[in-house]
Ligand binder design. Structure first.
Ligand SMILES: [Zn+2]
Length: 270
């Protein structure tokens, strides 16, 4: 009986929790209010920065590049949302871009626009446009609320679909792990969840658009993913690929999205 009641509440929660994503207009399962996730992200981001080696942008060209690319991607996103009358959907976004000194091939974006790029990914990106493709891809996962959906599923499966505040109060460590796993953060997390194929394709498509609008040639994304896939043949596939699985057809898909992205491309920026 208790089980029945519980599942009734979970199903009700699911029905209530289906929301429309501003960008795609599609319904999705997001149990968690984005504002609560952004608050959690602000705390987790600060904690991450205080326990990792942040490269100061004032003294380092790579860190400066990460900030510059981040700002240009952000301006592109803001323009796109403004043109579609969606600016209020970005309320609560306080963009931050940091480079950390860490050999892992990795990058991520938490809710509210909290971005980290690892120095280990720079030999793979090789140029600024390819870095823009990586950051555009990460920003898309955040805007498309993919992490929210993963976090929602995790809370449902592991903690019975309780509210985030309840989960944080009762199981702080588990909730933190879920959060870090859902956003692909760090190597200390027990389980790094891979994004689904559908989420990867969505992030690729919008990532190319931000890259182009930011004034970078989106075609650099092709070389980037080719270099990434070569790495996956090595002994230890990069962290980035364990959360962003690549498969043979990714390049074909990127080529399919390219004409759309190229309509947004103005060398030097919009
Ligand atoms: Zn991805």
């Amino acid at each position: 009986m208790i089980q029945k009641i519980t599942s009734f509440f979970i199903v009700t929660a699911l029905l209530v929790a289906c929301s429309k994503n501003a960008l795609t207009g599609k319904n999705q399962l997001t149990l968690l209010p984005e504002a609560e996730l952004q608050t959690m992200a602000t705390q987790e981001y600060q904690q991450f920065l205080s326990t990792n080696k942040v490269v100061a942008a004032s003294a380092n060209r790579d860190a400066e590049m990460v900030r510059r690319v981040g700002q240009r991607i952000t301006r592109a996103v803001e323009k796109y949302y403004a043109d579609k009358g969606l600016s209020e959907k970005l309320n609560g976004y306080k963009w931050e871009y940091n480079l950390v000194n860490d050999p892992a091939v990795n990058a991520w974006c938490m809710p509210g626009g909290k971005i980290v790029v690892y120095t280990g990914i720079l030999p793979v990106t090789q140029n600024e446009a390819a870095l823009a493709a990586v950051m555009g891809h990460e920003v898309s996962h955040a805007l498309l609320q993919h992490g929210n959906q993963r976090m929602s599923q995790g809370l449902l499966q592991q903690l019975g679909g309780v509210a985030l505040s309840v989960a944080v109060a009762n199981k702080p460590a588990e909730t933190q792990n879920l959060f870090l796993g859902a956003y692909g953060v760090g190597s200390n997390v027990a389980v790094l969840l891979p994004f689904s194929r559908k989420h990867e394709l969505e992030a690729d498509r919008y990532g190319l658009i931000w890259t182009a609008m930011a004034g970078y040639n989106p075609q650099e994304a092709i070389g980037l993913w080719e270099r990434m896939e070569k790495l996956s043949n090595g002994q230890k596939p990069p962290e980035f690929l364990s959360t962003h699985p690549a498969e043979g057809r990714r390049i074909d898909q990127l080529n399919k999205y390219m004409p759309e992205a190229m309509t947004y491309y103005k060398p030097g920026g919009n």
